[in-house]
Design a protein around this ligand. Structure first.
Ligand code: GLA
Length: 712
């Protein structure tokens, strides 16, 4: 809902529990008034009338108060917008008018375009201009959520200009003591690890200069003040960026105890793109959320938002998949895949995915990327016979691709050495023996569309694991006047290709993978059905990775496989099948071990776990998540609740001194209701489960349990 003050210069957006207020000042400066608990329009007007910032000659009155600080004039905070022409640098804008999705207008315009799309919630658009450059700030609060989506449209009707930086938004947090930052950091095989630390004065920058979202940081931050927020209580602000390329989020602790969070595409301020007369650039969405439900409440709000508005077909549960990568790596054949498929079907798997190695001359990572035709030595009849076999076993059929890349040893590269990103006369850096295609080129886009469209039409393919296995290093584009734009255009081309493939093959689901979790963000998640969380499938490490992932993204998108013990890929750790399954059941369950080497007993046990997962799946994938105990200590647990159905997953790494593990206190239950445990038949009172907890009975090392409760 958007409310507008009587003079048409104050706006208030409100969701179920929160509000966001802003005001246009006398000099057309756009001032931030409020982001926090729900307030009324008169409250906003009182804030607007209140004493303004008090500063003296060495401070800028506007700093820390502006919605979207542009470069230029009396401002010393980080500019969200920085543009230049041969004559000038910076922006001095005039207010032009506003529109809302509901149709209230000013300046003779009607609500249309983006605003009409905003029918699922209310959108406010504020239009400014400077010397022919139109700058529109968009605010959209999606119906039923407290998530505000912000983005900016730049429409150039003036002379050509260079956009050095165009962030999607600057978020302003109120004056509080002791702001604390939560972030998700990592590297390959160690993504999404949660850390919290106190902010100090100055800026904290996270981002990626790699061309993809990166394993190093998820584009998300959360802030709480005075260290007061806990898992279930307290105010939490969060921001997440919907962009799958290079990006930056800057968190600035200002001298007056405010915080500003500025984020958008690109890492540096050295040039994002050039806007010719008549050209438009739309920034990605930088979404923000205020919650007073603690970190857990904030996560649940993010999850609900993504299930409702980001993830395609989120109401459909994802199937249990099998993926052959860890079992076979590059050494694959049709016969062997058929054998694995039969074992997978026996275990109850619903989707069988052939990973790398089925195409071109791809018998190792040294050749074949770029040639998306079936390797006939390995699959003499193409993929169709295997696909039919898999369907005949009652499973869906999936394949792996890595379309944005090429091995120099490939037909594609031999034919088009200029289709990669490169700088003339410089080294072409190979990582994992591969180069990055220049997806900003239309001929490259068209080639990939034709190859992938033909591939999806050639065999009964239901699922595509879309990988991206190296960062940009030599992002040049010889012959292009402004090669810098390659960074942004690559992402737009990727999105366009995915959108086009999804439209042409509506039954096909997509997984975003980038050497594990190197491309996880709201942008890619709007076009893929699930993400590969990490190449680390060690069930213990995964608990921490999943704990971090769940801070912002829902279990419905989080793929997790049960692999072999000892863990072959990473660390040789030995763990029980039980522990491995319960760890992977916290997300979209998959199996990735060498099933031809599993004993009949292991296979039978696997089948039982898969059956149990199918029962709890609607609650895990569609329910509300409560993190009961973080995976730092010996015992950790999560709980999912949906319509009176409760699932608790608990893990014990190691028991010490024979101490029985502590009961876990459940959340989100009705204290006056009773709950029946489906495992034991015992009846528990809600109030008791909430306050005194539930005994898990876990003991020894690497023990785990699934406990189902049903409201009576
Ligand atoms: C990446 C993925 C793996 C696997 C390999 C195949 O590393 O993360 O799951 O698909 O590529 O080369």
């Amino acid at each position: 809902m958007v409310e507008i003050g009587a003079d048409g210069r104050t706006w208030l957006l409100s969701g179920p529990t929160s509000s966001y207020g802003l005001r246009l000042g006398d000099e057309d400066e756009l001032l931030h008034l409020h982001w926090g608990p729900r307030i009324a329009l008169p409250d906003t007007e009182a804030l607007a009338a209140g004493p303004g910032p008090e500063y003296w000659a060495f401070e800028a009155t506007l700093d820390g108060h502006e919605e979207y600080p542009v470069e230029g004039g009396p401002r010393f905070v980080r500019p969200a917008l920085s543009v230049r022409t041969p004559e000038r640098r910076g922006t001095e804008w005039r207010f032009e008018g506003y529109e809302t999705a509901g149709g209230e207008t000013e300046g003779g315009e009607t609500a249309e375009g983006e605003a009409a799309e905003g029918a699922g919630g209310d959108e406010l658009r504020l239009r400014f201009s400077d010397s022919g450059l139109g700058i529109t700030l968009h605010y959209r609060m999606r119906a039923g959520t407290d998530v505000i989506e912000r983005w900016v449209t730049l429409a150039n009707e003036g002379p050509a200009l260079e956009v050095l930086r165009a962030d999607s938004a600057t978020w302003t947090l109120p004056q509080r003591d002791g702001w604390r930052l939560s972030q998700l950091h990592g590297r390959w095989a160690a993504e999404s690890r949660l850390v919290r630390s106190g902010l100090t004065y100055g800026e904290k920058i996270i981002g990626s200069r790699r061309g993809h979202t990166g394993h190093q940081h998820l584009p998300w931050v959360a802030l709480d003040a005075d260290g007061t927020a806990t898992e279930e209580l307290g105010e939490v602000y969060g921001c997440a960026l919907a962009w799958s390329g290079t990006w930056r989020i800057a968190v600035a602790q200002l001298p007056d105890a405010r915080v500003q969070i500025t984020g958008g595409a690109g890492y540096d301020d050295s040039g994002l793109l050039r806007l010719q007369p008549g050209e438009t650039f739309v920034t990605p969405v930088f979404a923000g959320l205020w919650s007073d439900g603690g970190f857990g409440g904030a996560s649940r709000a993010w999850h609900a938002y993504q299930r409702a508005y980001v993830i395609p077909d989120a109401e459909q549960d994802r199937p249990v998949l099998y993926n052959s990568w860890e079992a076979t790596e590059f050494d694959i054949s049709e016969e062997q895949q058929r054998a694995l498929a039969r074992r997978a079907a026996e275990a109850g798997v619903e989707l069988f995915v052939v990973d790398d190695g089925w195409f071109g001359a791809r018998t190792s990572d040294r050749a074949g990327l770029g040639d998306w035709t079936v390797n006939r030595d390995r699959f003499p009849g193409g993929l169709k016979p295997l696909g039919d076999h898999v369907h005949g076993l009652g499973m869906q059929f999936g394949i792996w691709v890595e379309p944005e890349m090429v091995n120099p040893d490939s037909e594609l590269y031999r034919a088009h050495p200029d289709w990669v990103q490169f700088q003339p006369g410089r080294k072409r850096t190979e990582l994992r023996n591969q180069l990055v295609l220049n997806l900003a080129r239309e001929d490259v886009q068209e080639y990939l569309w034709e190859q992938l469209d033909a591939l999806l039409s050639s065999a009964p393919i239901d699922y595509v694991k879309w990988d991206f296995n190296r960062a940009f290093t030599d992002a040049g584009w010889p012959g292009e006047g402004y090669p810098q734009r390659l960074w942004v255009d690559h992402v737009h081309a990727l999105y366009k290709l995915l959108d086009r493939l999804r439209a042409a093959h509506p039954g096909v689901a997509f997984e975003s993978c980038s050497g594990g979790g190197g491309r996880i963000d709201l942008g890619i998640m709007a076009r893929t059905d699930q993400v590969w969380t990490s190449d680390n499938t060690d069930p213990l490490d995964r608990l921490a990775i999943q704990h971090g992932f769940s801070q912002v993204h829902p279990a419905r998108a989080m793929a997790a496989w049960v692999t072999d013990s000892p863990n072959a890929q990473l660390n040789g750790r030995v763990s029980s099948l039980r522990f491995r399954f319960v760890s992977a059941m916290a997300g979209v369950l998959g199996v990735g071990g060498d099933l031809t080497r599993w004993t009949e007993e292991e296979l039978a046990e696997a089948r039982t776990w898969v059956e149990l997962y199918k029962e709890i799946r609607p609650v895990v994938q569609g329910g509300e998540l409560h993190r009961l105990r973080a995976p730092e200590g010996g015992l950790s647990a999560v709980q999912y609740v949906r319509d009176g159905e409760v699932v608790v997953l608990a893990w014990l790494q190691a028991q010490h001194y024979g101490e029985p593990s502590l009961p876990v206190r459940l959340r989100g239950l009705d204290p006056s209701a009773s709950y029946e445990c489906l495992e034991t038949g015992e009846v528990h009172r809600g109030a008791v489960l909430l306050h005194h907890g539930l005994r898990t009975g876990l003991r020894g090392d690497f023990d785990a349990a699934v406990i189902r409760l049903r409201r009576m």
